[in-house]
Design a protein around this ligand. Sequence first.
Ligand SMILES: [Zn+2]
Length: 440
Amino acid sequence: MNLVIEQARMADLFGTYHERGYVVIEDGRIEAVGEGPSPDVPGARRLDAQNMLLTPGLVNAHAHLYSSLARGISLPNYSPKSFGDILEGLWWRLDRALDLEGVYWSAMVGGLQHLRAGVTALFDHHASPSAIQGSLAQIKRAVVDELGLRCDLCYEVTDRGGEAARDAGIAENVEFAKGLPKDGMCAAHMGLHASFTLSDKTLERAVAAAEPLGLPYHIHLAEGKEDVVDALKKYGLRPAERLDKFGILTEGTLLAHGIHLSQAEIDLLAARPASVIHNPRSNMNNAVGAAQVEGMLSRGIRLGLGSDGFGCDMIGELLSASLLAHHAAADPTALGGEKLLALIRHNYALAERFFGIPMGKLSPGYAADLVLWEYDPPTPLSAENLPWHLMYAKISEGLVPHTVIVAGRVRLSGGVVQSVDEREALAKSREVARALWARI
Ligand SMILES: [Zn+2]
C-alpha cells in the first residue's frame, strides 16, 4: 500500500531539511519529498506526523543478536582479568547453551530492541555451536519475516568446537546464502570468528566455500591483544596481514574492531577495499583499547559503526565514538564533525550494497526506511546539526521512535510493534532465558 507522511519536520545527514514537509512512499521507496502540503495520492494511506522529526532509519554494521538473553545474567566465580577471560567465562558459555529455540528468541528480543532504537537494517554475527544447522533461518524468521527489519546474516566459523563443528559452520553460511530470496530484505556474509580461533586449513576451507558465491567476510580483527600474539606466534604475521594472505580483505568484508593494528597493517587496510567497523562502547566495556579511528579515516580506510551486541543504540554509539576519541587523544577536537559522520554514512553505503537499494537520504528513489522520532527541538534544527540534536536528545530527555517504517511498511506505530505481540514475546523470552541460564 502507498503511504503519505505529512506535516513532518524532516532531515537527513546529506543536506535535506524541511520544516513542515511530506514524503510520498510507493513500492517500498520514496517517490516524492517536498515542503508544504502533500500532493493528493489516490488510495494512499495518510499519516499526520504532527511536526515530529522524520529521519532515515539507522544501520548497525556489527551486531550479535545471540547475546540478547544475557541481560541480568549472573555467573558464579566470573571475574575476568582479560578479554580472553570475558570470551571464555561469558560469551563462549552462553553461545554453547543456545539451542534453536534460544537462537530464535535471542533474535526476537534483539530485533525488537533494534526496532525500538530506530535501527532498520543490521549486520549480525551469529554463534550457537550446539545448534549450528538452521540457526540463520531462525534469526531470519524472527527479525526479517516477523519484525520486518533488513538483516544481513552469517555464522561465526571457528576451530574451538573441533572439525565437525567448523565444517557445519561453513556449511551453514553456504546453505543460507544459497537460499536467500532476492527481495532486498536479507543478505549474507561468510562469518568467521577471529584469526586466533581459525587455523590456516579452516581459512582455506572457508575461502574456498565463499568465493564461488561471491560472499565477502564478517570477522573480528585485532579486538584484543590475544589476536595479535597468536598470529605472530603461530604464523609470523599480524592478523590483518594473515587475513590478507587468504584474500579476505575484499570488497564488502566487515572487519569488526581493528584496535591493535600496526602502521604496516593500517597501510595494508588503506590499500584494500574491506571496511573496519568501530564499536566504541563494547571496546570500553571490554577494556580492549581504542581504535585509531581518525588515523584510519585520514588514510582513506572505510569505517563503519556497530554495537557489537552491547545494546543497539546507534545514536549513543556515535556519541560514544566521539567521547572515546576525545578521551583517547586527550583532545576535545578529535574525530570532529565530518569525520565522525563518515562512520554513520559508511553504514548506509554498506546497507546499500547488501540490500540493493539506495539508503540514508530523504530523496526520491531511496529506500522508505524511515523513523519518526518523538522530538520537538528546543533550538534551531538543520540538516547540518541533526546528529547533535539526536545525540544530545538521547542523553538528555531521551529519544524514542513513534513510528518506524521499513521498505515502506509500518513496523512500529504510535510506539506499538505492529506484526508481533510484544508483551507475549517478552513473556516467552523470559521463560527461554531462565532455561538457558540454568544450562550455563
Ligand atoms: Zn563482535
